[in-house]
Design a protein. Structure first.
Length: 470
C-alpha cells in the first residue's frame, strides 16, 4: 500500500487523514480560510484520490463570503465523507417469516425495485437465498428465509445458511414478517423466534422490525387499529417469553420486547385503513433501527424517492441575498495542473500563493435530472458459506442470486413527520462523525442526491444550503 503524504498547514500543523484535516480547520478557522482561498484543500483531495471531496470544495469556493465558506467546509464535509462511505458499502436486509405472508413483495415495494421474486402462497425457493443488486449506486443484499417458519425440521440448516449469508459484511436490519389476520402466534413462528435469537444473540433484536401484512383485510379504521394493537401485544409477549427462554433476565427481556416496533402494511394500497401512509412509516422505523452506516446506505439508495408532506425542501429559487441574475466573466476556470513527475516531498505542502478571483454567484439552483433506474444484472452464483460456518452433510449451501432485470417500482416515499426524520438522521451522523447538521431533510438529502453526479450539480446543492441556512 502506497503511503500518501500528509497536508501541512501554513502554521506548521500536519494532517494525515481527512478527519484530522477537518478537526484542524474547526480549531483554527483562520487557517481554514487561508487554505480555502488558495485551493490547497482541493488540490490535496485530488492528490489523495478523493475526487468527490475535491468537487465539494470547488463548489464551496463559489460562495464569496469566506465565513460561510469555512462553515460549510467544516460542518458538512464530514457528512459528505459519511455518505460516501455509506454508498460504497453493502446494504443488507434479512427477511424472516412464513411463505405467503408478503416478505418479497413488501421489500420490493420498500426498496423501489423488483429484487426478490414474488410467489402466490407457493415457496419460490427451497433454501436460503441472497438477492444481490444495486440501487442508485448502492450495493444491496436481501437475504430471504422462505422455510424458517414453515417447518421445524429445516430450521437448523436454514439458520446456518442465514448466518453465512449476512455475517460476512454485517446485517443492517431484520424484518420479522407476519400477518394481521392471525389471532395467535403460530408454533412455527414461536420456534423461529427462538432459533433466530439462539443463532444471532440478543443483539438481533436491536435491529428488528416486526412487519404485519394484509392490513387491507380490515375495511373499518377502528377494526384495523384494534387488530394491530392486539396482534402487536400478543407478539410482544411472545418475544419477551422467548428472550427469557434464551437466557435474558426478566427485566432485560421486558426492555427489549417493549422496544421492538410494529408496523402494519398493505401492498394493495398507499394507506392503511386508518389513513396512514404505511411506506413512510416503515421507512422511518427501519431507519431508526439501523446502525449509522446502514442508515446512510439506505438514505443513499432512496434519496431520490423521499418526499415530505409537512413542507418540502425549497424549490429552485434564489437564495434571497442576490439579484437572481446569473453573471458571466467570460472565462472558464481552469482545473488544477497534473501532478509533477518529480519526487513528491515527504510532507505535502501547498504551492505558492496565487491571485484568486472569486467566481460570480448565481441564485438559480441547478435542476436535478430524472433519476436513473437501478442497475440490475442477471447472474446466478452458487457459493459456499464463509468460515467458520462450513457446510455440513445434508445442509444447503447459500445461493447468491443477482436480481434479474425487472420493471422498476419507483414509488414515492412520503415522510409525514419531518422532525422525527431529522432527529433520526442527526443521531446517526452524530454517532458516526461526532457532528450535528441543521435540518438533515434539506442539507443531507441535497448532498446525497448529487454525490455521484459531478461538480456542476454539487454547486447547486451548496447554493441551496446557503440559501436555507445563511
Amino acid at each position: 500500500m502506497v503511503e500518501r503524504n500528509p497536508f501541512r498547514f501554513h502554521n506548521g500543523r500536519v494532517a494525515r487523514t481527512i478527519d484530522e484535516l477537518i478537526a484542524c480547520c474547526r480549531e483554527d478557522k483562520a487557517a481554514a480560510a487561508h487554505h480555502l482561498a488558495r485551493d490547497d484543500f482541493e488540490l490535496w483531495f485530488t492528490y489523495m484520490g478523493y475526487d468527490y471531496l475535491a468537487e465539494w470544495t470547488a463548489a464551496i469556493r463559489e460562495e464569496p463570503d469566506m465565513r460561510i465558506r469555512v462553515e460549510l467546509f467544516t460542518s458538512l464535509s464530514p457528512v459528505l465523507v459519511f455518505l460516501q462511505k455509506s454508498r460504497e458499502r453493502r446494504l443488507s436486509f434479512l427477511l424472516v417469516g412464513r411463505t405467503g405472508v408478503g416478505k418479497s413483495s413488501t421489500i420490493n415495494y420498500f426498496l423501489g425495485a423488483e429484487i426478490a421474486p414474488v410467489g402466490d402462497h407457493v415457496p419460490v425457493t427451497a433454501s436460503v437465498v441472497s438477492y444481490d443488486t444495486e440501487i442508485y449506486g448502492v450495493p444491496v443484499r436481501v437475504t430471504d428465509t422462505p422455510g424458517l417458519c414453515d417447518g421445524a425440521k429445516k430450521n437448523g440448516e436454514y439458520l446456518l445458511d442465514t448466518r453465512a449469508a449476512v455475517e460476512e459484511k454485517g446485517l443492517d436490519c431484520c424484518w420479522f414478517v407476519s400477518t394481521l389476520v392471525e389471532n395467535r402466534v403460530r408454533v412455527d413462528e414461536i420456534e423461529a423466534l427462538h432459533d433466530l435469537t439462539v443463532a444471532f444473540g440478543l443483539k438481533i433484536w436491536d435491529q428488528m422490525v416486526v412487519v404485519l401484512t394484509h392490513a387491507d383485510m380490515f375495511q373499518a379504521a377502528d377494526a384495523y387499529i384494534d387488530r394491530l394493537e392486539k396482534r402487536s401485544r400478543v407478539l410482544r409477549e411472545r418475544i419477551g417469553t422467548t428472550l427469557v427462554e434464551c437466557g435474558a433476565s426478566a427485566d432485560e427481556a421486558h426492555r427489549i420486547a417493549a422496544g421492538v416496533p410494529f408496523v402494519g402494511v398493505t401492498n394493495e394500497h398507499e394507506r392503511t385503513p386508518s389513513g396512514e401512509r404505511w411506506l413512510g412509516e416503515l421507512f422511518q422505523t427501519t431507519l431508526e433501527r439501523m446502525p449509522p452506516l446502514g442508515a446512510g446506505s439506505l438514505l443513499m439508495a432512496t434519496a431520490e424517492r423521499l418526499s415530505f408532506t409537512d413542507g418540502a425542501a425549497p424549490a429552485a429559487k434564489g437564495n434571497g441575498r442576490g439579484s437572481g441574475k446569473k453573471k458571466d466573466n467570460g472565462k472558464a476556470k481552469s482545473k488544477a495542473p497534473p501532478a509533477p513527475s518529480r519526487p513528491v516531498p515527504a510532507v505535502w505542502s501547498p504551492p505558492a500563493p496565487r491571485a484568486v478571483q472569486a467566481a460570480p454567484r448565481s441564485s438559480a439552483l441547478e435542476v436535478r435530472p430524472k433519476p436513473k433506474p437501478p442497475v440490475l444484472v442477471g447472474e446466478i452464483v452458487n457459493s459456499a458459506p464463509p468460515a467458520p460456518h462450513k457446510p455440513r452433510e445434508g445442509f444447503h449451501e447459500v445461493h447468491t442470486v443477482k436480481a434479474q432485470p425487472a420493471v422498476t417500482v419507483h414509488q414515492q416515499i412520503y415522510i409525514d413527520n419531518r422532525g422525527r426524520f431529522d432527529k433520526t438522521v442527526n443521531q446517526h451522523i452524530h454517532q458516526a462523525v461526532g457532528a450535528d447538521v441543521r435540518e438533515p431533510s434539506k442539507s443531507v438529502l441535497a448532498i446525497a442526491r448529487v454525490l455521484d453526479k459531478g461538480v456542476k450539480l454539487m454547486k447547486g446543492a451548496v447554493k441551496a444550503v446557503v440559501g436555507w441556512f445563511f
